[in-house]
Design a protein around this ligand. Structure first.
Ligand SMILES: [Zn+2]
Ligand SMILES: [Zn+2]
Length: 410
């Protein structure tokens, strides 16, 4: 069949590109750069695409290390298939999340699609999306409209297991800064106001709140400042919380209730509290079961199968959630390490710069590009993806109960 022939050609094109894809991926791995500082990495990935006929805008969305690479450069190439290239590393651990693999899988998929199909088939885009590990580059890019008018928006992430569909929770970040009055903790305790009590009472109130949160909602925090010495009543104390929810509406509600816990704690302890909410909020993932199933089939045709066919529960959060609100999006995982090795560890970083990383990069690039072929050439598949995107809107906005999490299949 025509579709299969083109997919094979795309896979061959990636095989041919492996030496440059892997050497660039290793270059990123050897020179890890933190969120928003990925100067060298963004330039290297952008150059790779420019050399393959993409027109590149650097520093888009007012982010110096973000870019948009497009082919064709001008005009409305339709449909549009877009890939997200992450390339930031972690402090102290280097590429312990394997973003060097992600960057070149996305760039490789984009380049292969263009080389096999040519610009007539539609628009191919690669977005350089900085600061996934902190800073939320995609949140900022989504706000500025970079994920609109895309028929399929994709990336893959190396992992301890293979999963076509990965879900994410919405996430908000809160900091509470309590203010009291210092005093000698023994000689003049009655003159003091203990800021740490404000923090402790906040934790207690949140513990009580947890029982009443909807399924999937999570609140977890740490004390970042708790006093200097036992004989000084702490004048200042602070806590830092993450609030997560399956829906955007649910998130707003829980954030308000958690803030109320801190305000109530301040009232009870006679302290003052300053509430700081990070303006970067991660949206929940608007999963797309149809796009995920196209990816799954392509991965299977490459001999890779999911071990666990169940739709996954949303565990963590990612700025890809914000991208997914604007276009049909998938963030599948491909197994690079054994399931007992977690991301953000030295073992994961080693794998991302070794044979396993290379294998994952090649598989990822091929499955992504082949899914791009489906979007370009199979109108029915494209329509199903679009419909799944519409159907999923209600759930992530909080209009449907959280229990209906899962595929967007009819
Ligand atoms: Zn990570
Ligand atoms: Zn990551």
């Amino acid at each position: 069949m025509e579709l299969d022939r083109i997919k094979s050609a795309v896979a061959v094109s990636i095989d041919v590109a492996v030496p440059s894809l892997w050497s660039l991926s290793l270059e990123l791995h050897r020179h890890p750069e933190l969120a928003f500082q990925e100067k060298r990495a963004s330039a290297a990935v952008a150059r790779f695409l420019e050399e393959r006929g993409f027109s590149v805008e650097m520093g888009v969305a007012d982010l110096p290390t973000a870019f948009r690479a497009k082919r064709p450069a001008k005009g409305a190439g339709k449909p549009v298939v877009s890939f997200m290239a992450e390339y930031d590393a972690l402090p102290g651990l280097g590429h312990a999340c394997g973003h060097n693999v992600i960057a070149m899988a996305s760039a490789g998929a984009g380049a292969a699609l263009v080389s096999v199909l040519g610009p007539e088939a539609g628009g191919v885009q690669v977005l350089g999306t900085p600061a996934e590990e902190g800073g939320g580059g995609k949140v900022i890019m989504a706000k500025k409209g970079f994920f609109r008018k895309i028929d399929a928006n994709m990336m893959m992430h190396p992992s301890g297991e293979t999963r076509a569909m990965v879900n994410f929770l919405a996430l908000a970040e809160l900091r509470f800064r309590f203010h009291g009055k210092a005093s000698h903790a023994s000689a003049a305790h009655e003159k003091g106001i203990n800021a740490l009590d404000g923090v402790l009472a906040t934790f207690s109130a949140i513990s009580a709140l947890r029982q009443h949160l909807p399924p999937g909602a999570k609140v977890h925090g740490v004390i970042t400042e708790g006093g200097e010495a036992p004989n000084i009543i702490p004048e200042k104390a602070s806590a830092w919380f993450y609030v997560r929810s399956e829906t955007a509406k649910g998130l707003d509600d829980i954030v308000q209730r958690v803030i109320n816990c801190a305000r109530g704690a301040a009232r009870a302890t006679g302290t003052r509290v300053r509430v700081e909410k990070n303006p970067i909020t991660y949206a929940p993932m608007r999963v797309n079961g149809e796009l995920a199933s196209l990816f799954r089939k392509n991965l299977e045709s490459l001999g890779v199968f999911e071990l666990d066919p169940l739709p996954p529960l949303a565990m963590g959060s990612s700025d890809v959630g914000n991208a997914s609100q604007n276009a049909p999006t998938i963030h599948p995982e491909i197994q690079m390490v054994s399931p007992d090795i977690s991301a953000h560890t030295q073992a994961f970083a080693r794998a991302a710069g070794g044979v396993a990383g290379k294998k994952t990069l090649i598989l990822g690039a091929k499955a992504l590009a082949m899914t791009g072929v489906d979007i370009f050439l199979d109108k029915k598949a494209r329509d199903r993806v679009k419909e799944a995107f519409r159907n999923e809107k209600l759930r992530v906005e909080g209009g449907r109960p959280a229990s209906s999490t899962g595929t967007a299949k009819k």
